[in-house]
Design a protein around this ligand. Sequence first.
Ligand SMILES: C[S@@+](CC[C@H](N)C(=O)[O-])C[C@H]1O[C@@H](n2cnc3c(N)ncnc32)[C@H](O)[C@@H]1O
Length: 218
Amino acid sequence: MTDATKTPIALESRLVDAARLFSPSAARNRDPIGDQLAGLLPPGARVLEIGSGTGEHAVAVCQRRPDIVWQPSDPDAASRASQDAWAAEAAPNMLPALDLDLTRPEAAEQLGRFDALVCLNVIHIAPWTVAEAIANASQALIADDGLIYLYGPYLEGEATAASNLEFDRSLKSRNPSWGVRARSDVEALFAASGWARPQRHEMPANNLSLVFDRRSPI
Ligand SMILES: C[S@@+](CC[C@H](N)C(=O)[O-])C[C@H]1O[C@@H](n2cnc3c(N)ncnc32)[C@H](O)[C@@H]1O
């Protein structure tokens, strides 16, 4: 049996300029994500991002919303260095990147409380235990009137885009513990941690953003 916790962290393809990394996929989706998050976050929001990658999404939101404070994080050291380099270059409202993997024991302790948790393109390319850890930690990490923003591909039964089915096969061939997640499974997981059924927004390239709050389900 493969021990998924021993497999290397999966990173999207990236270009390099000193410490700053550039992700071609982030170049395609950072503006729609940045626009959407800029419209959703409350004034002065404290935001925790899980798996911030190159840091380019954080920059996109922070530049649109200089009033917010963004805490980037990643278990990957090169990603954290990129996040810090982007912050120094372009986004003073980004805090120094945290080495954060919520599946580690006690990882969420002493992080404080945030108004929003953002996680983009992570839960399909990590074991399901990562999604479980995020949902579990969100109960204490996120304010009662806060929100969770998840972005990525999802399975939606017969409505699933062919490209996402192919992506799912490709992920599972690389690591059986990865895979495009069923939206219904993700919603059930977060419901068990007190989050209502999310707003579902269609995004470019057959991705979705799911926006959870704690209001009662409709
Ligand atoms: C496909 S990349 C996405 C990066 C960025 N969010 C984006 O959309 O461009 C996946 C990211 O998740 C991070 N990651 C992997 N396992 C993780 C874990 N257990 N907890 C948090 N982040 C993790 C990786 O280091 C990587 O930066």
